[in-house]
Design a protein around this ligand. Sequence first.
Ligand code: SAM
Length: 209
Amino acid sequence: MTPRHETSVVKQNLAYYASARSAAEYTREDGLRPIEQQLIAEFMPPPPAGILDLGCGAGRTTIGLSRAGYTAIAIDLSLELLTLARRRYPHLDFRQMDATELAFPVDTFDAALFSYNGIDCLYPVAAREQCLVGVCRVLKPGATFIFSTHNLVGGICSGGYWYAFSPSSGAIPFCANGTHDTKTPAASNFSTARHRDEQSTNCGARASA
Ligand SMILES: C[S@@+](CC[C@H](N)C(=O)[O-])C[C@H]1O[C@@H](n2cnc3c(N)ncnc32)[C@H](O)[C@@H]1O
């Protein structure tokens, strides 16, 4: 499948996610990390709510959500990682889909998760905005989108890399230890012109390439 934004950065990211190194990296873990468990407990409705798991990779978070009792639908652009996910967890719902082009009806999900700074792979900045708009469209009113992102401002001010976003309250930043980050402006959660190139190097690709 061809991503909507087929920039050189996106191509490099996809090549990275198709590599043996990436397969090893994303099959190393199995289940939710403590900070993810904490934010899910705080911001997501209780199981068996329906969760959209964006950028699921080899299914680490999807199995974690499922074990917690949630009904997860997981999407990723990388066929290679999806193949691993399906092999590891054949009973779960994995779909190849671009996070900037979500093919779900309006108001489908009770919450959404984009873990492990996956949203930083979306490039250019307009792609991240399209992802946010799309997530808001497929979330039920008032639902929350939890995601992490490499953010220089957040990192320098507080170590905050996690955000819980809802259309009504905007983005609430969290420190890496899960405490609310009161120092970083919520508006800094997405790239400014100054930071977007650094953010897009997250997955091993340079924006200038
Ligand atoms: C850092 S990995 C995280 C994988 C998984 N969530 C984990 O924590 O193990 C980011 C994931 O985002 C996926 N991704 C990148 N661009 C995407 C896009 N446009 N749409 C959907 N997934 C994308 C990559 O294929 C990769 O699996």
